[in-house]
Design a binder for this molecule. Structure first.
Ligand code: PHE
Length: 440
């Protein structure tokens, strides 16, 4: 059987760590804190959590169920579930491929900055630099082009070595090691944060909403962040679902993975903002929050260097398990579509990713476009198609059987899930889209 040869996850813990590993990434530790910082802290977090529950989680569940029911990656799901070869729903597969290609280079470039920050922290450079010196040296680095390309491709290379090994000995094995390490580092950083003078101010910022900063843009940013952080709207969860055995308590395990993802984002805020306030720095710094502001904070802490190494290593781990999932999706897609070997498809994805790294490192226009187009346009669009297909196209019975493992789990939740997937999630995505375009 072809399905058997595909291999797959061998334990429930492995699936959980891989799904959480994909979800927890630069999005949680770099993107989330700066978006929250710019959009009024707690107010953004409340909007974001509502969207995770009403839109994000239903899509995670839809994608996973779809992949599991089909036993194939995004390019083949429609054919495998409906038997139709040429269906307009196949757009799901093509959009996934497009998002994967746009995302992988951008993600590797940012991950490269993280690797470089690990190196700088190990060398102890942050400890002797002022904020403006740190900013200058970062911008010197990013504008040198050659170095960001080097680090980005290095990162992609590490990911390729893991993905090449297949699910069991690649993604599963490494997620089970790396994710627990990440949790331990996160806890240490939060404990450190509690000892700082700015603790109360930081916590107040994170948990006391300032609604005056909320605009239409806040909703778009929050929706984009939900897609980005949960790795949805590009077939990653479809792919992981396709490698998962049928006896899965879907709601429980994906619910748990989403809780882990949201918690890590909030803990990242807890680790970062008290430190920022302790030294009177700006919370609404934007993208440089983690790469400039935070090292400044570390340089002023006792044992700051150790925290810097810890923080950036944690971020590298988070980034690695995420980029692995992006590459895994592309590799599965190529394997399914062209029936080529894993080695060859990994090599092809490495080359395509490498080209995208060069583009994103060399041009800030390419970099910004990849960020904006994936999170705020194509992922929501692909997510919309996925919920519509799962809700209306794939057949209620097949969905029910996959979601509940043939009536074993979460049978009552199924109707709420179906309602969200059929009506609420698509309508919400469309409304937020239209308001983003200024139409409503
Ligand atoms: N979820 C990852 C993060 O938060 C990014 C990602 C998006 C990974 C899409 C895979 C697919 O950083």
């Amino acid at each position: 059987m072809a399905e058997k040869e595909r291999g797959g996850f061998t334990s429930k813990f492995g699936v959980l760590m891989a799904v959480a590993g994909s979800a927890v990434g630069i999005g949680n530790i770099w993107r989330f804190p700066y978006l929250a910082g710019q959009n009024g802290g707690a107010a953004f977090i409340i909007i974001y959590i509502c969207m995770v529950l009403l839109i994000g989680l239903p899509i995670v569940l839809s994608e996973f169920s779809l992949g599991m029911a089909a036993g194939a990656g995004p390019i083949k799901v429609v054919e495998k579930t409906t038997g139709k070869k040429n269906s307009p729903w196949n757009l799901i597969g093509y959009l996934s491929a497009l998002v994967g290609v746009l995302l992988i280079g951008y993600y590797a470039v940012v991950s490269g900055w993280v690797l470089r920050s690990v190196e700088v922290s190990i060398e102890g450079e942050f400890m002797t630099q002022t904020t403006s010196e740190i900013r200058e040296s970062l911008s010197e680095f990013t504008s040198s082009i050659g170095w960001p390309i080097f680090y980005g491709i290095l990162f992609l290379g590490i990911s390729s070595l893991i993905v090449r090994k297949g699910i069991k000995n690649g993604v599963e094995k490494w997620s089970k090691i790396l994710m627990p390490a990440l949790f331990v580092m996160m806890i240490l950083l939060c404990i450190n944060s509690m000892t700082l003078e700015g603790w109360e101010k930081g916590v107040d910022f994170l948990f006391n909403p300032d609604w005056s900063k909320v605009t239409g843009r806040t909703f778009i940013d929050a929706l984009g962040q939900v897609f980005f952080t949960l790795s949805i709207g590009m077939g990653v969860m479809i792919t992981y679902g396709s490698y998962t055995g049928k006896d899965e308590n879907m709601f429980k395990s994906k619910g748990f993975a989403s809780i882990i993802d949201t918690s890590v984002a909030i803990f990242a805020g807890v680790a970062i903002f008290p430190a920022v306030f302790t030294f009177g720095l700006e919370a609404g710094q934007g993208p440089e929050l983690v790469f400039v502001t935070l090292p400044t904070v570390f340089s002023q802490l006792a044992f700051g260097n150790i925290y810097a190494i810890l923080f950036f290593s944690m971020l590298s781990i988070a980034a690695l398990t995420s980029i692995i999932s992006i590459q895994e999706m592309l590799v599965t897609l190529a394997e399914d579509k062209y029936k080529i070997s894993r080695n060859l498809s990994t090599l092809i994805s490495f080359v395509i990713g490498g080209v995208m790294v060069v583009a994103c490192a060399a041009s800030s226009f390419a970099f910004d476009s990849c960020d904006y187009l994936t999170a705020n346009v194509f992922m929501p669009l692909c997510g919309l198609l996925i919920v519509l297909f799962v809700g209306w196209g794939m057949g209620r019975k097949l969905l029910y059987n996959t979601f509940t493992a043939d009536g074993k789990y979460s049978t009552k939740i199924f109707s709420i899930f179906l309602f969200l997937v059929r009506y609420l999630a698509p309508i919400a995505i469309i409304l937020i889209f239209l308001s983003g375009l200024g139409i409503i």
